[in-house]
Ligand binder design. Structure first.
Ligand code: SF4
Ligand code: SF4
Length: 432
């Protein structure tokens, strides 16, 4: 077992709620909502119009520029509108709305046999693959590091350190072959020498399953269970002992990190020609009636998923898109699951009341102790609230990975990560 990093926290895991729920396929909804900006980078541009017929897998919006991603329809049907629709952030964003019709038609790209590195990257771009761990960063960009920074090691991130989420765990148990095939394709794409699949010690059975069928160029390592072990920088440090420089990227130290479900998407796009139009998510929390791991079409509304799984319990207080540490608390449920959505977590009032917010700092220093980026969260939070852009930058606000450890540990229940997020966007605006 590798050593733990300095800082971090041990929040209650609550993985037991859904870890034994096998992946099932959700019945497709009557209507899907596809935000044109559901990835990092430029929004995609629609190439269909209202009233157009589309088939499942068809390209409906094209990437705009290098850092952007294609969007494909997850259902066959008719485009009924291109309009602003509520999103998880609370803002209405330009979205394609498609009404489903019964049809067996489906578009797939031509499968690639013995692909060259360049054709793997090109296919990943065509298929609209983005990081499925939550970041939604276009994968073809990650697979194209600058020539002066060759990648020697690919790390497949199986840490899944967020409480409640069990998607990657189930995929490691149920789709082991696809993970290995996808990992080898990613290795080939960047010309790396080796692949390391890194898994937290609370998923030892998954690690054993993968190790039992891995070829010699894939190594499986166990990491201590500690949040935020899945952060790229901490993963690289734990697995290889390499330090990603301040504001640097993994390729600066010869590494590429990919999420478990992302490499499955790469395998399907390359070997079967399937674009990314569906994903597996966890639905969990003390307030859900039927915890599940389900495959859903991208664009399915949260309200539909919750209804079809038997609704929420009476004491449901908060619904979060993603995990409770880095996800977004929803103000409404008619928002779509996007490519980056890893889960829906519904919390009961007794859990939520433990985190009622205040903004009084008692200067206990606990947030400083747990910050895995060695920042001063209490100060960044205050500067964020005051909108002090220069001071935020001087105190390295951009190094914050928004892990939420500081908010979790704060005895005064200050919502530090939220204040820091606001501070970051103010600093960015001022810098512009
Ligand atoms: S300041 Fe940022 S990196 Fe540090 S604990 Fe808080 S959220 Fe995590
Ligand atoms: S943990 Fe909370 S109360 Fe303690 S120093 Fe940090 S912000 Fe202040």
């Amino acid at each position: 077992m590798r050593k733990a990093f300095k800082g971090g926290i041990h929040p209650p895991e609550y993985k037991e709620i859904s870890k034994d729920c096998q992946i099932t396929v959700l019945e497709a909804p009557e209507r899907v909502v596809l935000p044109l900006s559901q990835h990092v980078g430029n929004p995609a541009k629609p190439i269909v119009n209202p009233k157009d017929k589309v088939v499942k897998g068809q390209l409906v919006a094209e990437a705009q520029g290098f850092v952007s991603a294609n969007i494909h329809s997850p259902v066959s049907g008719t485009v009924i509108a291109i309009t602003k629709h509520p999103s998880a952030s609370g803002i209405r964003v330009e979205s394609l709305i498609i009404e489903r019709e019964e049809s067996d038609e489906e578009f797939r790209y031509e499968p690639l046999e013995n692909p060259e590195p360049r054709s793997i990257v090109e296919r990943v771009f065509q298929a609209g693959i983005v990081g499925l761990g939550g970041a939604a960063f276009p994968t073809h960009v990650k697979l194209s590091p600058p020539e002066e920074y060759p990648v020697d090691t690919v790390i497949i991130n199986g840490a899944e350190c967020e409480p409640y989420l069990t998607v990657d765990y189930r995929l490691m148990i149920e789709n082991t072959d696809e993970i290995i095939a996808g990992a080898l394709l990613v290795k080939e794409a960047v010309g790396a020498r080796r692949v390391i699949i890194a898994i937290e010690s609370n998923k030892e059975d998954a690690a054993k399953k993968i190790a039992s069928i891995s070829p010699s160029e894939i190594e499986v390592v166990l990491l201590p269970t500690k949040y935020p072990q899945g952060s790229e920088k901490h993963l690289i440090k734990a697995v290889l002992g390499r330090e990603v420089p301040q504001q640097g990227l993994p390729f600066h130290v010869g590494v590429l990190v990919q999420n478990i479900q992302t490499v499955i998407a790469v395998k399907r796009a390359v070997q079967e020609g399937i674009p990314l139009y569906e994903r597996v998510i966890t639905v969990s929390g003390q307030a859900v009636n039927n915890p599940s791991n389900i495959k859903v079409p991208v664009g399915t509304l949260v309200s539909y998923i919750i209804d079809i799984l038997g609704g929420l319990k009476e004491d449901a207080k908060k619904v979060i898109l993603g995990g409770p540490m880095t996800g977004i608390a929803l103000g409404r449920l008619d928002v779509p699951v996007t490519k980056g959505t890893s889960g829906i977590v519904a919390l009961s009032s007794d859990i939520v009341s433990r985190y009622d917010e205040s903004d009084t700092c008692i200067r206990c220093g606990r947030c400083v102790e747990v910050c895995p980026m060695f920042l001063q969260p209490y100060l960044l939070g205050t500067l964020g609230r005051l909108g002090r852009a220069d001071a935020l930058i001087e105190n390295n606000v951009y190094d914050c990975i928004e892990c939420g450890s500081c908010s979790f540990i704060c005895p005064s229940k200050r919502n530090l990560v939220q204040l820091i997020r606001v501070g970051k966007s103010i600093a960015r605006e001022v810098k512009k």
